[in-house]
Ligand binder design. Structure first.
Ligand code: NAD
Length: 504
């Protein structure tokens, strides 16, 4: 399989981006980025060590006063230029994302990259809309008002499943609000985060505002979270690592934002449009080879539709084309790595003892055998408390279970530790209305599953974390609220002083 992105040329100076320059890491440890479609290494770089994290935080701290002191209009102008540079380089971003992740090129080019450009445009506009809620004479003798101020240096950590969009979701609201940032992408997928930071520089965003440390979680990641000069940690990744990040962040009393794992339910009531639900389930389960925190993973189908739904999903899954990520006809690429593929296969193999694998459940042979591919997989007959229903698999695997009453369907949807996203399928507005109220998740779609918008928040309930990405809600998370109170009386001895000394 050939690919058009030459990482060796693009990152010849190294895979760390600090103060507007690429440079090599200094950890003494190398990491090979592997093309998941072939298993071949495509680029080797020296990982960031703690000294690189220190240098990046220092660069961000030095850039902070100037960037925070720019007017909202100046920041907005720079970010509009940033959006334009990203759009001009759309093809290169799509190629790099597909190479490092194994994503089908149509997904990178039509979802990841345009979504990122749109995010940049949205936050360029948002930069000019930072408002305090009120100003007024609440005590009679004083005027109070609210300032919203940037927090300082933000330290962000991102996963490998959507490296470009994760960089956008972390960097854009932070810098729109006047913060500076050090982002650590997953070590498997540094390319598009580095290109994103380079594009910021090309757009005229000052050196040090956006820095990238490409390093491992245990050293570079933990050092960034614990760094005393980092004022906020924004983490996206698994719930297990999120707990560790929370422990470390607590030690330095940082603001914390956690976007963690998911296990999204897909609830089909018996009056749903069956064909629409079948198509929605296959698309929702297989997007990004199932490596999507909001992917449809557990379909609950009311008994009258259950058999037809299972048959429809199995038939449609059989039409999905696995192949070279750079072939425009490819629907499903490999998983991110052979390790991840084997992990997914492990869930399915263990499930064979208590459930039925209706279709899939194997890696393809032939031309694709070298890559980390896994066939779309449909599992039925599992119980609600089984591993395959309760755990995040992060692969192209959909489990379908029947339910009888609406009460039961909603209860089952809520019965995992996660609460990131969900969908409800019905033609009855009262049924779907109830589902939207009672399902505990940060997003509930009705008669669709997956679409996201720059204007709307993305974030979890329960073990899926707290805090929001995208939208004005995320923008506000990257600011702190200050109450300013002016005395209006010019009185020397104020009435309240007698509670401390003297009489009235
Ligand atoms: P992960 O938790 O293994 O790693 C995420 C990031 O954390 C990586 O950059 C990794 O290097 C770093 N890391 C690992 N150990 C660390 C430590 N001890 N201290 C600091 N950083 C550390 O997750 P992953 O496998 O890269 O990504 C998949 C997970 O991400 C899934 O659970 C998925 O649901 C979740 N995810 C969530 C969202 C969301 O918005 N809620 C979005 C995308 C992915």
């Amino acid at each position: 399989m050939s690919h058009p992105f030459q990482a060796e040329n693009r990152f010849a100076d190294g895979a760390q981006y600090i103060a507007g320059q690429l440079r090599p890491g200094t950890s003494g440890r190398e990491h090979a980025v592997v093309d998941p479609a072939t298993g071949d290494p495509v680029f080797t770089y020296e990982l960031a060590g703690t000294a690189d994290v220190d240098a990046a935080v220092e660069a961000a701290a030095q850039a902070f006063p100037g960037w925070a002191g720019a007017t909202p209009g100046e920041r907005s102008d720079a970010m509009h230029r940033f959006a334009s540079v990203l759009a001009e380089q759309a093809d290169a971003f799509a190629d790099a994302e597909s190479l490092q992740c194994g994503k089908p090129i149509k997904l990178s080019a039509e979802f990841d990259v345009p979504g990122t450009v749109d995010n940049a445009s949205f936050f360029a506009g948002a930069a000019r809309h930072l408002e305090g809620k009120s100003a007024g004479e609440y005590s009679g003798d004083h005027t109070s008002y609210i300032r919203r101020e940037p927090i300082g240096v933000v330290g962000s950590i991102a996963p490998w499943n959507y490296p470009l969009q994760m960089a956008a979701w972390k960097v854009l609201p932070a810098i729109a609000a006047g913060n500076t940032i050090v982002l650590k992408p997953a070590e498997l997928t540094p390319f598009t985060s580095l290109m994103f930071a380079q594009a910021a520089t090309e757009a005229g965003i000052p050196d040090g505002v956006v820095n990238i440390v490409s390093g491992a979680g245990r050293d570079a990641g933990e050092h960034l979270v614990g760094h005393p000069d980092v004022a906020m940690t924004s983490f996206t990744g698994s719930t297990g690592v999120g707990k560790r990040v929370a422990e470390i962040a607590t030690g330095t009393v940082k603001r914390l934002h956690l976007e963690l794992g998911g296990k999204a339910p897909f609830v089909v009531f018996d009056d749903a449009d069956l064909e629409a639900a079948v198509h929605g389930a296959v698309a929702g389960a297989l997007i990004n080879t199932g490596q999507d925190c909001t992917a449809a993973t557990r379909a609950y189908v009311q008994r009258p539709l259950y058999d037809a739904f299972v048959a429809g999903v199995a038939d449609l899954m059989a039409t999905v084309r696995l192949g070279d990520p750079f072939d425009p006809a490819t629907d499903l690429g490999p998983l991110i790595s052979h390790t991840q593929r084997d992990r997914v296969a492990g869930f399915v193999e263990r499930a064979r003892s208590y459930a039925t694998v209706v279709t899939g459940g194997e890696a393809p042979q032939g031309d694709l055998a070298k890559g980390a591919y896994y066939r779309p997989t449909l599992v039925t007959g599992a119980t609600q408390d089984s591993e395959i229903v309760q755990s995040e698999i992060f692969g192209p695997v959909l489990v379908v279970l029947p339910f009888d009453s609406d009460d039961e369907g909603i209860a089952l949807a809520n019965d995992t530790p996660y609460g990131l996203a969900a969908s409800a399928w019905s033609r009855d507005v009262y049924r779907t209305g109830r589902a939207t109220r009672e399902i505990k998740a940060g997003c509930v779609w009705v008669n669709d599953h997956i679409p996201i918008l720059s204007e709307m928040p993305h974030g979890g309930y329960k073990a899926s974390g707290f805090g929001k990405d995208m939208s004005a809600y995320s923008f506000e998370e990257y600011t702190q609220v200050k109450h300013v109170m002016f005395d209006n009386t010019a009185v020397v001895r104020k009435d309240w002083h007698r509670t401390v000394f003297g009489d009235r």
